[in-house]
Ligand binder design. Structure first.
Ligand code: TMP
Length: 202
């Protein structure tokens, strides 16, 4: 089996996926792999600008439908400018969030918009990761951790605990229907324990 080149980390806010993406990138680099670590929304100059629009301000700043358009625009730029060139150069791309976040955050929290998300993804992105780690964590603990960071990018945390619980179910459902691509990881442990389990998958 060829080793996966495009690897994503997903999970609710405060689940520890950014830490795990970083630890995983460090581990692969230590093995001599040429790795880029990137994130969504963002990962290219244009997409980082769109990130600011999406993650700051009031919860009702954008409807879920408008968010789908903005996240997809950011993703398209990220794909064109960062992900595809890196993959073409033979690098491994590790991405903190990708299309699964849109499927869950926009597709399953404020009405069933999944068909809209999927159509736009097919039209504009048309690419799935080779491997996705979904970090599952208790939503109350994760939300507390996420808000404690005071990152100033809390628009989605501000939707509250019920929203995070809906997200958790959305990610669990994704892992269930896509077992070949998605690996569910118990995030209610120390970062080192979680990192060891993730490393064992390669
Ligand atoms: P993060 O960088 O801390 O993970 O924050 C990104 C936020 O954006 C997080 O609350 C999840 C949200 N998000 C979506 O709602 N849809 C998406 O497609 C992506 C990539 C992120």
């Amino acid at each position: 089996m060829t080793s996966p080149k495009f690897i994503t980390f997903e999970g609710i806010d405060g689940s520890g996926k950014s830490t795990q993406s970083r630890l995983f990138a460090d581990r692969l680099r230590a093995q001599g792999r040429d790795v880029i670590l990137t994130r969504e929304p963002g990962g290219s100059p244009g997409a980082e600008e769109i990130r600011q629009l999406l993650l700051t301000g009031d919860t009702d700043r954008w409807s879920a439908e408008t968010e789908i358009l903005l996240f997809t625009a950011a993703r398209r730029d990220h794909l064109e400018k960062t992900i595809q060139p890196a993959l073409a150069a033979g690098k491994t791309v590790i991405c903190d969030r990708f299309a699964d976040s849109t499927r869950v955050y926009q597709g399953a929290t404020r009405g069933d918009l999944r068909a809209m998300v999927d159509s736009l993804h097919t039209l504009m992105i048309g690419r799935e990761p080779d491997l996705t780690f979904i970090i599952d964590m208790d939503p109350a603990m994760a939300l507390e951790r996420g808000l404690a960071r005071k990152s100033g990018e809390d628009r989605f945390e501000d939707f509250g605990l019920g929203f995070q619980e809906t997200l958790r179910h959305g990610f669990l459902a994704l892992a269930h229907v896509q077992p070949d691509r998605c690996v569910l990881v118990d995030g209610n442990r120390t970062p080192d324990q979680i990192a060891s389990e993730i490393a064992a998958h390669l």
